[in-house]
Design a protein around this ligand. Sequence first.
Ligand code: GAR
Length: 199
Amino acid sequence: MSVLSLVVLISGGGSNLRALLEAQADAEFPARIVAVGSDNDAEGLAHAEEFGIPSFTVVPTSFASRAEWGAALLEQIQIFTPDLVVCAGFMRILPPGVVAALSPNLINTHPALLPAFPGAHAVRDALAAGATQTGVTVHVVDEGVDTGPIIFQQAVDVLPGDTEPELHERIKAVERQLLVAAVLDIANNRVDLRELSTK
Ligand code: GAR
């Protein structure tokens, strides 16, 4: 069995990261996180520490340009020579040079049914639009904002009176399972990222 090595990028609490860390506690799970990266001193880095996984932080404000930040981030990622990079709540758009270097082995999870509600406030935007259904998309990252080929999607109903945190928590419960399922299928070659990206 070949095992897929992963670098996971986060910006926040890292519950999706944790779901992957818990999945890989099963020796049969065909992927292993080799490092966790962040753009800030994210709370979720504690999960990496708890599981003994190395981490790195590359803060954009330490660089003169987005391109330079991207190059520094890419350098850190490439130290670990991952088969796949997973953006799991990474709240920055990766510069084109980073996408080009990692593509198509670069995926993202997003809390909406893309192409609806792309961007950084997907849950808020769905509520503001009065949507009765939203959900989760796991997709390949391309140079657009949340525009890459879709791997998996799952719907989540918006309930009357939902607040943004309530709805986001229900979305995240679905998202964690979908992300683990996507990594599993990529590792088992049931999902071919190269083929998806050339369609
Ligand atoms: C997730 O819902 C993820 O889809 C979202 O941030 C959350 C991170 O949660 N990402 C985006 O909105 C990217 N546009 P987590 O830190 O608990 O995994």
